[in-house]
Design a protein around this ligand. Structure first.
Ligand code: UFG
Length: 331
């Protein structure tokens, strides 16, 4: 059974990916410092090592002892607005750790390395969709930190031919495990679908729509919302691609279609059956008008097939997860 070391596997995308890996027949070992992740998000038989990536002795020992076939690296600081106020935290937590982890992985001769990158590398993208050759001009230290990591991995691959890294540029990740086992537990989440669902469930009084004067069909921003379980499947498909000798590189991860903020509001109202209040406010700094993935490179390389791309399903799974958490909190 191939073994995968997953950093940040107790977090939102990491935990869903561990579940998909287990279902795909992999032996999964998670390394997480539980600063934002939760140990109950690591579902057995995946195993959790509570430790920090900056502990290079621990990382080396794990790589030596467990001899994984691949490393998937999620652990990072991920709040873009926070990164503007605390850039050095982002460069230390994201860039330094990725460089030292990659060094340990190369030294341990682990061939495959899958890195969680972000559509934030594109910054204020132009055009209907962006592909991997589109200009990369991040507008936050968070986006810059992800781009720097991509470049570190690219350079390492040139210098070490046995090392095959992949950077997956996630677009707007949303939803929860359709069977209700996992979801987003991030406190104070700012993501549109989650916030809209919490408003429909009366946890929040009103949904603020940031900007209605964008150069988009209905004046609100357009995003490519991808179901977290489909994104988890991308990682499994990518490992299979690498195992078969496939090439590494950079891959967009989305569906290639966008929804505006207004469309999301209407979908959440329809799926929840609640006509919650909305307040139109000024633009939020740093929001590109439109960000939609051209993901043909990913599909061509891996044969990945989305299974939950209906926006109603993404919203329904988010709502169900939040309902379940409210029930648990009330008990
Ligand atoms: N929005 C609102 N009201 C809210 C929350 C969001 O109107 O309460 C709007 C935003 O202004 C934006 C859209 O909904 O236009 C999506 O916003 P999110 O906060 O859900 O997501 P972002 O597009 O800002 O960012 C997310 C991740 C980033 C990642 C990026 C890549 O948070 O880490 O997707 O596309 F880089």
């Amino acid at each position: 059974m191939p073994k995968i070391l997953v950093t940040g596997g107790a977090g939102y995308i990491g935990s869903h990916t561990c579940l998909a890996l287990v279902q795909g027949g992999y032996d999964v070992l998670v390394l997480d410092n539980l600063s934002t992740g939760r140990k109950e998000m690591v579902l057995p038989p995946a195993r959790l090592v509570h430790g920090d990536l900056s502990d290079s002795g621990l990382v080396r020992e794990l790589l030596h002892r467990e001899a994984p076939d691949a490393v998937i690296h999620f652990a990072a600081s991920i709040v873009a607005p926070e990164s503007v106020a605390a850039p050095l935290k982002y460069y230390c937590n994201n860039v330094s750790t990725t460089a030292s982890l990659a060094l340990a992985v190369v030294e341990a001769r682990v061939p495959h390395f899958v890195f969680s990158s972000s559509a934030a590398v594109y910054g204020t993208a132009q055009g209907c969709t962006v592909d991997e050759a589109s200009p990369v001009e991040p507008i936050t230290p968070y986006g810059s930190s992800k781009l720097m990591c991509e470049r570190i991995l690219h350079d390492a691959a040139l210098a070490h031919p046995g090392f095959v890294p992949v950077s997956l540029r996630y677009f707007n990740v949303a939803g929860a495990d359709p069977e209700g086992r996992l979801g987003n537990v991030t406190p104070d989440a700012t993501h549109l679908i989650k916030v809209a669902c919490l408003t429909a469930l009366r946890v929040r009084p009103v949904l603020q729509v940031f900007g209605t004067d964008y150069p988009t069909p209905d004046g609100t921003c357009t995003r490519d919302y991808v179901h977290v379980s489909d994104l988890a499947d991308v990682h499994v498909a990518m490992l299979r691609h690498l195992e078969q000798g496939g090439r590494g590189g950079v891959f967009n991860c989305g569906y290639g279609r966008g929804f505006s903020v207004r469309q999301i509001v209407e979908t959440v109202r329809k799926v929840s059956g609640v006509d919650f209040p909305v307040e139109h406010v000024d633009r939020r700094p740093g929001d590109p008008p439109s960000l939609v993935a051209d993901c043909s490179k990913l599909v061509k390389a891996t044969g990945w097939k989305p299974r939950r791309d209906a926006i109603e399903d993404i919203v329904r799974d988010t709502l169900e997860w939040e309902r379940r958490r409210l029930r648990q909190a009330a008990d």
